[in-house]
Design a protein around this ligand. Structure first.
Ligand code: FRU
Length: 513
């Protein structure tokens, strides 16, 4: 460091010198910054304080933006801002200044962002392309006064690729006619009608609006009052087209987060598969389908404007049941790894898979354990230094098995396959008593019939989370865990008398910080 400073004085101009000092000091800061207990190493976290939903997911000019619900003054939820980070590959992030602050219309709740390529808003001056954020204003005063119309929708624009923002002086752009829960606008450009289409939630259903300029909106239709799960309020919708992998047929998918009312308690995300004709979304699906059976994937939405048309999803890796109580001190909450959504047809039913994008796979490095087989009706205890930050891949047709992640304190996280049910038991996984719902019960889901003879399992462990993907994301469990010491032992119990378990690989996952 000192040597660099001296050589700067000798040979470099002042500006270049400052730049070099900044870069040289960065790695040291980072090392100190991201080594706290439970700090995820390859999941996005804010450097400090409270975070919830991902917002404004948009790709523009080489950069993926991640805005997020942020309270900069505490590690519990408070007056919401939009925090901001940018990435070239969706796994290595640069923290940016807060993008949107509360103003006279209220706090800044969840929403989306679009690239206004045709400058339909007129916000672009001198040929610039504006980024436009569409979000919910939540008026605390309105709420306190007991009014029902305190959530409205506003917009803001950026002419420097998302770093600084200007609020539109005509806000709010969608007023509220008296609906208490009226929020979370997600907007996309609908080519056939040359219009912007906005999906938002209104209590127990979704509403669709259209606009030519992102400022003047007209109501088109609604969906869902009598379909799907209704155990709680609907939140954070997302509507997009997706081809069916097996047939190429184009369907429309509507994601709806719901809190409470998820299959394993608290918050979760359901989806509907149907048609959208530019005005109305219809689906003949009556029962909910769930994106994730773990309890820690909420308020997830997808990126706008991704170059190759991939549908990339990021969710908030927590649950309103206990989000405010998890045992971290400096920051609270992480995002899921970015996942690609793929629509399948399984036994005549549509099924939405979500699976880590390729750049997550590129974070694997050293092999921690060579491939090994667990024969029928046996168990194997594998000591794996680094298990707590790893990728595990298995292949098996075993119908009866357990995977136990353990540490020296005998804390154990258990994944169980019992015939057609998959379970995750974190009741004894470490710190669980910070909130009664966290370790209350085993989380369960029905297993799909295997796509091939053997199922594949891919597990991502990142210090305080486990993401389990079965058959390329046809069944997913995202779960937070807080072991008081890192897990380093994997016990594989194969109770099946016919099918062995192949442990293909266990690899270290690199830190992205
Ligand atoms: C979902 C949610 C949204 C809202 C935001 C407030 O987690 O409740 O509906 O906009 O969080 O932070």
């Amino acid at each position: 460091m000192y040597r660099q400073v001296i050589s700067c004085f000798l040979v470099l101009t002042m500006a270049a010198c400052k730049q070099e000092q900044k870069e040289a000091s960065n790695p040291m800061d980072k090392e100190a910054l991201y080594q706290e207990k439970y700090r995820p190493q390859f999941h996005f976290t804010p450097s400090e304080k409270w975070m919830n939903d991902p917002n404004g997911l948009v790709y523009n000019d080489g950069w993926y933006h991640l805005f997020y619900q942020y309270y900069p003054d505490d590690i519990v939820w408070g007056p919401m801002h939009w925090g901001h980070a940018m990435s070239k590959d969706l796994v290595h992030w640069e923290h940016k200044p807060i993008a949107l602050y509360p103003d006279e219309h209220g706090l800044i709740f969840s929403g989306s962002a679009v690239v206004d390529k045709n400058n339909t808003t007129g916000f672009g001056k001198n040929g610039e392309t504006p980024l436009v954020a569409i979000f919910t204003y939540h008026s605390m005063e309105g709420e306190k006064e007991g009014r029902a119309d305190y959530q409205t929708q506003g917009i803001a624009y950026s002419l420097d690729n998302g770093v600084t923002w200007t609020k539109y002086e005509g806000n709010p752009v969608i007023p509220n006619k008296g609906l208490k829960d009226f929020r979370d606008p997600k907007v996309f450009w609908h080519e056939p009608s040359s219009s912007w289409v906005l999906t938002m939630v209104a209590g127990d259903h979704a509403q669709f609006y259209s606009s030519k300029n992102l400022k003047d909106w007209s109501y088109m239709s609604d969906f869902g009052k009598t379909q799907g799960a209704h155990g709680g309020v609907w939140e954070c919708p997302d509507l997009f087209p997706l081809p069916v992998e097996e047939t190429g047929e184009e369907k429309w998918v509507l994601l709806i987060s719901i809190n409470p009312g998820a299959p394993n308690g608290g918050s979760g995300t359901q989806y509907f598969v149907g048609e959208f004709d530019g005005t109305t979304f219809t689906s003949n699906q009556q029962e909910p389908k769930w994106l994730d059976y773990g309890t820690d994937n909420y308020a997830g939405v997808t990126y706008n404007n991704v170059p190759n048309q991939d549908r990339i999803f990021i969710g908030w890796m927590s649950n309103w049941d206990y989000a405010r109580n998890t045992p971290t001190e400096k920051w609270r909450s992480a995002m899921t790894v970015p996942r690609k959504l793929v629509l399948h047809q399984v036994e005549g039913e549509y099924a939405l898979a979500n699976y880590p994008i390729a750049s997550v796979g590129e974070l694997t490095s050293d092999t921690l354990l060579p491939s090994t087989e667990v024969p029928v009706a046996t168990s194997d205890t594998l000591y794996v230094q680094g298990l707590h930050q790893s990728e595990i891949r298995l292949k098996t047709a075993s119908k009866q098995m357990k995977l136990l992640f353990k540490n020296d304190k005998n804390e154990v996280l258990e994944v169980q396959v019992a015939n057609d049910t998959l379970g995750v038991d974190r009741r004894l996984s470490g710190q669980v008593d910070f909130q009664e719902n966290f370790g209350a019960r085993i989380h369960k889901a029905p297993l799909f019939p295997p796509k091939e003879e053997q199922r594949d399992f891919r597990i991502l462990m990142d210090r305080s989370s486990m993401e389990l993907f079965v058959d390329q994301g046809l069944l997913v469990f995202t779960e937070q865990v807080f072991p008081t010491e890192p897990y380093h032992t994997l016990i594989i119990v194969n109770e099946d008398s016919q099918h062995p378990i192949l442990v293909e690989s266990i690899k270290r996952m690199e830190s992205v910080w």
